[in-house]
Design a protein around this ligand. Structure first.
Ligand code: TRP
Length: 372
């Protein structure tokens, strides 16, 4: 069986370090490993619209930002297919059929959807609403796990590299595949999730120490941030609030600077930027003992991040001067994605026996019956 990757992001803002360690960096490695027959990377604009119906301009403006972020991280359009979800109409048709295989109750149990409904306030009372009506959850939003199953199965993806919060989506996709194949015969490919291997990468906290980098919390380091911004953000990062003087012993657990070092630093970085320490364990030990100041650790983190971000920034500058070309890449990718999804849709329609107009057997049998 072919090894195929599909993954993607909602275009609601520029991508940040959380995206990078959660999935984007991995995609580039997988692309360059040459081990995969095909890699599809999707800009999930239709999914972004499920909770941005009143703000299509936000999605419209961010397609290019996400595309620029992909290209500047090293996604190579010669090796990977980058495309726009809404330009592959076949995906919506697949979702329409999959909807019949999923219950409302099952969707209500999806933990990510549940959490997002809370986060977006869909379950709360609407403002100034004296009927005590709830704002309500858009149906498209509620059913986006089904649409995500279409995204994944349309490309016969075997592997989906995503962050931890996407696990329930992949689980639900697998259930849909099972159900489809058992009802209509073996047709769809069951995908595997690929999560980051290191705990710090699984969920990178914001610079304020909050659980997650999130645009609305203003705690992100963006891939497109300038060196100056990165420096400022790291210098004001949350550390150990009880580590007041350099001599004080410090805590490494829950200390965001160390969590970032867990995610980004490698032994070579010590040799290069902080040769007094052999590795991260040695640095942590000194911090715990006391006598190591936050500023020194932060300066090291800045050097480590700059080594990653500087080439990304350079490539971004190049592509920013070639916006028309980037849109051409998206057009070509979307055409190719559409052709692939159309093949799967034809298989699905055949398996579901709704390919009436292509089905000679059906037409001839009924014709013969009526001739009798
Ligand atoms: N839900 C993903 C996110 O919010 C984006 C996405 C849409 C996706 N369809 C997908 C990811 C299919 C992986 C596979 O980031």
């Amino acid at each position: 069986m072919k090894k195929i990757i599909l993954t993607g992001d909602r275009p609601t803002g520029k991508l940040h370090l959380g995206h990078f360690v959660g999935s984007l960096g991995r995609r580039v490695e997988l692309q360059n490993s040459g081990e995969y027959d095909k890699i599809f990377i999707m800009i999930a604009d239709a999914q972004a619209l499920t909770d941005n119906a009143d703000n299509p301009d936000k999605v419209r403006e961010n397609i290019i930002e996400v595309a620029l972020d992909y290209l500047s991280c090293g996604i190579d359009p010669e090796k990977s297919t980058i495309f726009i979800q809404s330009y592959v109409a076949e995906l919506t048709e697949l979702a329409f059929y999959y909807m019949n295989l999923v219950t409302v109750q099952r969707l209500q149990r999806n933990p990510t959807v549940k959490a997002e409904i809370q986060l977006r306030g869909f379950a709360e009372h609407g403002e100034g609403d004296d009927n005590q009506q709830r704002k309500g959850t858009p149906v498209g939003f509620f059913t986006y796990p089904i649409s995500q199953a279409s995204d994944i199965t349309a490309f016969r993806a075997t592997v989906v590299p995503v962050g931890e919060d996407q696990e329930p989506m992949i689980e639900q996709t697998r259930e849909i595949v099972h159900k489809f194949n058992s009802v209509y015969g073996d047709t769809l490919v069951e995908p595997q999730i690929m999560l980051p291997s290191n705990a710090a990468c699984l969920r990178l906290p914001g610079t304020d120490g909050k659980a997650k980098m999130s645009k609305s919390l203003g705690n992100c380091i963006y891939l497109s941030d300038s060196a100056d911004d990165v420096k400022k953000k790291v210098m004001s990062m949350y550390t150990d609030p009880d580590h007041l003087r350099v001599e004080d012993p410090g805590k490494v657990e829950g200390n965001t600077v160390f969590t970032y070092l867990d995610a980004f630093s490698r032994p070579e970085h010590f040799e290069k930027y902080l040769p007094d320490y052999e590795n991260l364990d040695a640095l942590k030990a000194h911090y715990r003992r006391g006598g190591l100041g936050d500023v020194k650790v932060k300066r090291f983190l800045i050097a480590v991040l700059e080594e990653l971000l500087q080439p990304i920034r350079e490539r971004r500058k190049h592509y920013e001067q070639h916006i028309e070309e980037v849109y051409e890449i998206l057009r070509r990718g979307s055409d190719e994605a559409r052709a692939t999804a159309a093949e799967t849709l034809a298989d699905v329609r055949r398996a579901m026996r709704i390919n009436y107009l292509e089905d000679r057997e059906l037409i001839e049998r009924q014709a013969a019956e009526y001739r009798k």
